[in-house]
Design a protein around this ligand. Structure first.
Ligand code: BDP
Length: 582
């Protein structure tokens, strides 16, 4: 479902419902305070906040202002993780599946302007083989054991099923709740439902506008960055021309933004966009016809207190740190991020590889899970939401699925998604799925993508600590990929590093080792022309579920979780500064 980002203008209104709501776990009588938007998990020392599996309730009162009489009024959830049931005065008015994309709930017929009602949102954090991301039943121990008690628990026979299955099949904390803004929004009854813009470098802008209602003509006016009208057209579909267009260029170029001001009857919507083209040609990735090299760490939506909660201050800080490090991109590992981040990246020229929440598909069974239709829906919704952002230059269908155990079944699953992404995206951006360290010579999916994205941990999870051996093995793999004649991005590589842990000898977990690791990998990448990008793992340390391989979370950050640079951040900053100058 497409839903335009909420806007306040002469025709539209939005009320932010953020603040302190009521919250409780099932069986509790008492309500307690909870901040929205934010994950609920880190807001209390009560272990249930961190560990609860299942439904939780959020509650607050809402009133439609009398002044909104005659308008179409909706609740707009930017996301509710993972599934959510919406109730008004105890009556269900909507259910939404999936935790990372927006949805609207019309209040018409449920609440009149001037009336007050109790809004309850039940969020459900259970993950399993029908959700994205994926949850699993087993895997509670690191080492196998023939101890019957451990085996029974591991097989999911005890505890897991009784408590609900909620073991992430992925390496980030399963943060939950109302993590993104919730708003009450109003538009005219006859309104603009969707806008699609397809710009070309010569200044041609094709548009299509979807409307609800028949009254009125659609008009499209293009405003430049100073708000001056530079072109105009009429109709639900059409194309116009911006003379001598300023292109949207990735940082450190100028990410010039235009605005399409669309009017229809009483309604108005101003859609920002950039004029730019992306294309794969041979082994090159072109932005505006020029070879583009991706360099910037992958991210997570993750910070102390807020968890995965949308935080504009954090977003601005992070993007300024990207500028500081001379980084020009990130991948939204491993789910679509809050819309505010894409808007910021449009403005700041940071390029995004936009990823669906399909992470954790690593058992050989995934191709028997009956997930394909839902995955397709999530992909369509992500593209519908993000299609107009100039910062988005590629779609990632998912992260690290098993593609080598059953190569044909894997291809039969991923190829239709690949084709759908091309069909659904009006700008027809390149499409990829991120490959994990597997039998690359056997699998068929990763090599079939427009750009090959691979995650590799030579020297960390394999050949641990032996960087000479790691270099040998990595080079051997790069030789193989070179013969596939596709552009390649190293989409993850990194080493857990405890900030402040040093060693005259560069051993694992020290800051010196992290630098040596990046030196070794960079040397291999610099030898190859078909390598079009490097995306270290990860921008900052982040929370994961507890386990013997995680010391207070994943420590592969170039920054600590509170955004202090480790030595490797300085090293990459210098490397990328030189790259930028070339
Ligand atoms: C990769 C995953 C990423 C993990 C990383 C790691 O894509 O989500 O956090 O490994 O282990 O396989 O640090």
């Amino acid at each position: 479902m497409s839903t335009l980002y909420p806007q306040v203008n002469e025709a539209r209104m939005a009320l932010d419902l953020g603040g302190v709501w009521d919250f409780r776990f099932p069986g509790d009588e008492k309500w307690q305070p909870i901040a929205v938007p934010a994950s609920y998990n880190d807001q209390s020392p009560d272990p249930r906040f961190r560990n609860h599996v299942g439904i939780t309730e959020y509650r607050r009162k809402i009133t439609i202002p009398k002044a909104w009489k005659g308008m179409r009024v909706c609740l707009r959830f930017d996301a509710a993780a993972h599934n959510a049931r919406i109730l008004l005065d105890g009556k269900e008015i909507a259910f939404h599946r999936g935790g990372f994309l927006p949805f609207e709930v019309e209040l018409d017929g449920h609440l009149e302007p001037g009336q007050t009602a109790e809004l309850t949102v039940e969020t459900d954090n259970r993950i399993n083989h029908t959700t994205l991301p994926i949850g699993t039943e087993g895997g509670v121990s690191f080492l196998g054991s023939d101890n019957p008690g451990i085996e029974a628990v591991e097989a999911g026979k005890k505890f897991q099923q009784e408590r609900g299955v909620n073991r992430p099949a992925f390496d980030f904390f399963n943060y939950t709740g109302l993590q993104r803004p919730v708003r009450m929004i109003a538009t005219p009854r006859e309104f603009i439902r969707d806008i699609t813009l397809v710009p070309s470098m010569d200044g041609t802008v094709r548009w299509s506008v979807e409307t609800e209602g028949t009254g009125g003509e659609v008009r499209v006016e293009i405003l430049d960055a100073d708000g001056k009208a530079v072109s105009a057209g009429k109709g639900r579909e059409g194309s116009l021309r911006v003379a001598e267009p300023h292109l949207w260029e990735p940082w450190p170029g100028t990410p010039y933004l235009y605005t399409a001001r669309v009017t229809f009857g009483e309604d108005v919507y101003e859609q920002p966009f950039g004029i730019r083209e992306v294309k794969v040609e041979g082994t090159r990735f072109l932005v505006n016809g020029k070879p583009f090299r991706f360099h910037g760490p992958c991210k997570h939506e993750d910070s102390p207190f807020h968890g995965r909660g949308m935080d504009n201050c954090l977003n601005v800080t992070d993007i300024n740190l990207y500028h500081w490090m001379n980084a020009n991109c990130f991948r939204t590992s491993h789910y679509p991020y809050a819309e505010e981040m894409y808007r910021l990246c449009d403005r700041e020229g940071i390029v995004i590889v936009d990823e669906t929440p399909a992470v954790g598909m690593w058992a050989e069974e995934p191709y028997g899970w009956n997930l394909a239709d839902y995955h397709m829906q999530v992909l369509a919704d992500m593209i519908a939401r993000d299609k107009n952002h100039p910062c988005v230059v590629m779609w990632s269908l998912g992260n690290e699925p098993d593609t080598d155990t059953m190569p044909d079944a894997a291809y039969a699953y991923w190829h239709p998604l690949y084709e759908a992404a091309h069909r659904l995206d009006p700008q027809d951006r390149p499409v990829t799925v991120v490959g994990c360290q597997n039998k690359y010579g056997v699998e068929k999916v990763i090599r079939s993508m427009d750009v090959v994205l691979i995650n590799r941990y030579y020297g960390w999870y394999n050949l641990s600590g032996d960087l000479e051996a790691a270099k040998y093995a990595f080079r051997m793999e790069l030789d193989w990929w070179e013969n596939q004649h596709k552009p390649l991005i190293l989409s993850e590589y990194g080493a857990d590093t405890i900030a402040g842990l040093h060693g005259a000898v560069a051993e694992m977990f020290t800051e010196e080792f992290q630098v040596a690791f990046y030196e070794m990998v960079s040397e291999c990448l610099d030898e190859r022309d078909f390598v079009v990008g490097e995306m270290p793992w990860n921008f900052a340390d982040f929370s994961t579920c507890q386990g013997p391989m995680r010391v207070g979370g994943n420590r592969k950050g170039l920054f600590t979780r509170d955004r202090r640079p480790k030595m490797a951040a300085h090293w990459l900053r210098e490397r990328w500064g030189k790259m930028q100058a070339d």
